[in-house]
Write a protein that binds this ligand. Structure first.
Ligand SMILES: *Cc1c(COP(=O)(O)O)cnc(C)c1O
Length: 440
C-alpha cells in the first residue's frame, strides 16, 4: 500500500482515511461508498501550484475535472487557486453552479456541439481549446452572432504517444484529437484562427496520454512543440501560451512507484525546467505554461468501500469474493483491465495470503474489479472491502447499469465527513421514464 499521513491502519486494525475508520464510514453511510480525502486533494493541488510558481513563474495548473466532477470538488479546486478543464456542457454547468470563475476554465473536446459552444461563449469561458477546422467555423459564427470575442488555444498532435512506461514518437499518428504538426494541418489551423475576426488565438495545447510515468515523453513533446513554436515565429505568429495537458501516472498497485506528494511535484518541475531550457536554447519568448492533471490530484485521494457478500470457492479453479458494487461504479477493469490494490478494511492487519477474484453484482461475466489479487484467508461475508486509488475515473464513469444505484460520495477531512454526492433513490431511476399514451 502507498500509505500516507491520511491513509493508514489504525489500532482497531482497520483501514483508516483522514482519521476516519473505514468500517465506521461503511456503517454510517452504507456501501458501496466512494470516499474522498480532502486533505490530500488540497495538499497535491497546492503543491502543484507552488511548484509551478517556483520552477517556472508565469504558469498555472488546471484540474481536469472529468476525473471527478461534482460541485464540491470545484469549490475545493477554486479555493486552492487552480484553473479547471471542462469537457462538456454538463461539466460547465456543474462548475458554474459551484461558483467557479468561468474565466479560469478551459473547454476541451474533439466534437463539442454547437449548443455547447454557444453555452461556453455566452458564459465567458476563459479559453476554448479548438480541435478542428469545423469547430473554428462554429465558434466564429457564434461570436459574430453574440458580438463577442473568444480566447482559444489550438490542440495540436505532436506525434508523441505515451503509454505508462514508454513512449513512441511517430511521424503521423492516428488520433481523433487535435491537428497534426507533421502534415501541416496545425499551421493551416492557426492561420485560419488568425483570420477570424472574433477569435483571439493565444497558443497551443497538447495532451499526450494518461498514466504516464516516463518523464521523457513530456521532454519529447516539449521538444516537438517548441520546434513548432519556432517555425510559427518565423512566420510572424506569436505563441503566448503552451499547455501540455495532464496524464501524470499514479500509484495503483505494487507494480507502480510509491510517490509522495513531493514526488508527484516532480512531474510539474520536470515540465517547467524542460520548457524553460528549450525556450532559452531555441531563442523563443517564454510563454505562459499551463498543465492539466486530473488523476494525479484525485486518484489516490479516493477509495471505494464495499461489503463482501457471496464467497464462491470453485475448488482448484478460483475463489470469488462478490461485492455489492461492480462495473456500474467502477467500469475500469471491464474497460481496460485496470489493476487495483484491494484491502480487507475490517482485517487490514492480517496477512493477505489467499488469491481471490473480486466480482461485482452485475449480470455480466466481465463484471470484475480485480482478478487474482490477495486478501486474508479468513475474509468472510460482511467484511468491508476497500478498493484503493479510485478517486479518478470511477464516479465520473459510473452508470445505472442493471438499475443499480450510483453510490454516493463522502468527503472526509480530519474532523468531518459528509456527502458531496448524495445517495440515489429508486425514484431517481424512474425520474425520466415515460410511458407514451398508446401503451398506457
Ligand atoms: C483527460 C485529460 C486530462 C487529464 O488527464 P489525467 O490523466 O487525468 O491527468 C488533461 N487534459 C486533457 C485534454 C485531457 O483530455
Amino acid at each position: 500500500m502507498n500509505f500516507r499521513e491520511t491513509l493508514k491502519i489504525n489500532e482497531k486494525k482497520h483501514l483508516e482515511i483522514c482519521n476516519h475508520d473505514c468500517v465506521e464510514l461503511a456503517k454510517k453511510f452504507g456501501t458501496p461508498l466512494y470516499v474522498l480525502d480532502e486533505v490530500n486533494i488540497r495538499k497535491i493541488s497546492s503543491a502543484f501550484k507552488n511548484t509551478m510558481e517556483k520552477e517556472y513563474g508565469k504558469g498555472g495548473v488546471a484540474y481536469a475535472s472529468k476525473a471527478f466532477c461534482a460541485e464540491a470538488i470545484y469549490k475545493i479546486i477554486s479555493s486552492e487557486g487552480l484553473f479547471t478543464d471542462v469537457v462538456s456542457g454538463g461539466e460547465i454547468y456543474t462548475a458554474i453552479k459551484a461558483g467557479f470563475d468561468t474565466s479560469k476554465m478551459y473547454f476541451h473536446g474533439n466534437n463539442k456541439t454547437e449548443n455547447e459552444l454557444l453555452y461556453a461563449v455566452k458564459n465567458n469561458i476563459g479559453t476554448i481549446v479548438v480541435d478542428s477546422l469545423h469547430e473554428m467555423t462554429l465558434i466564429e459564427n457564434i461570436c459574430l452572432k453574440l458580438n463577442k470575442k473568444q480566447n482559444v488555444l489550438l490542440r495540436i498532435n505532436p506525434g508523441v504517444e505515451a503509454h505508462t512506461h514508454h513512449y513512441v514518437q511517430t511521424a503521423k499518428i492516428d488520433s481523433k484529437f487535435g491537428m497534426l504538426i507533421s502534415n501541416g494541418d496545425a499551421l493551416t489551423g492557426i492561420k485560419k484562427l488568425l483570420n477570424s475576426k472574433n477569435i483571439i488565438f493565444n497558443g497551443l495545447h497538447c495532451h499526450i496520454g494518461s498514466q504516464i510515468f516516463d518523464k521523457n515523453a513530456f521532454t519529447a513533446a516539449i521538444d516537438v512543440v517548441t520546434d513548432f513554436v519556432k517555425k510559427c515565429n518565423i512566420e510572424n505568429i506569436k505563441i503566448n501560451e503552451l499547455n501540455f495537458g495532464g496524464g501524470f501516472g499514479i500509484y495503483y498497485t505494487e507494480e507502480d512507484p510509491k510517490f509522495t506528494c513531493e514526488d508527484y511535484c516532480g512531474y510539474v518541475a520536470h515540465i517547467a525546467r524542460c520548457l524553460s531550457e528549450a525556450v532559452e536554447r531555441k531563442g523563443i519568448e517564454k510563454p505562459f505554461l499551463m498543465i492539466e492533471p486530473g488523476r494525479a490530484i484525485v486518484g489516490e485521494s479516493g477509495l471505494t468501500l464495499y461489503t463482501a457478500g457471496t464467497i464462491k470457492d470453485i475448488k482448484n479453479i478460483r475463489k470469488y469474493v462478490c461485492i455489492d458494487g461492480g462495473m456500474f461504479d467502477n467500469p475500469r477493469y471491464a474497460l481496460y483491465k485496470s489493476k487495483y490494490e484491494i484491502v480487507n478494511a475490517s482485517k487490514a492487519d492480517k496477512n493477505a495470503d489467499e488469491i481471490v477474484t473480486i466480482a461485482g453484482k452485475c449480470c455480466e461475466s466481465g463484471d470484475l474489479i480485480a482478478e487474482n489479487i490477495k486478501l486474508p484467508k479468513n475474509t468472510e461475508s460482511g467484511d468491508i472491502i476497500a478498493v484503493l486509488s479510485t478517486g479518478a475515473y470511477n464516479y465520473s464513469m459510473a452508470s445505472n447499469y442493471n438499475r443499480n444505484l450510483i453510490p454516493p460520495t463522502v468527503l472526509v477531512n480530519k474532523k468531518c465527513a459528509d456527502y458531496i454526492v448524495k445517495p440515489q433513490s429508486y425514484e431517481d431511476l424512474v425520474r425520466n421514464d415515460n410511458i407514451p399514451d398508446w401503451i398506457k
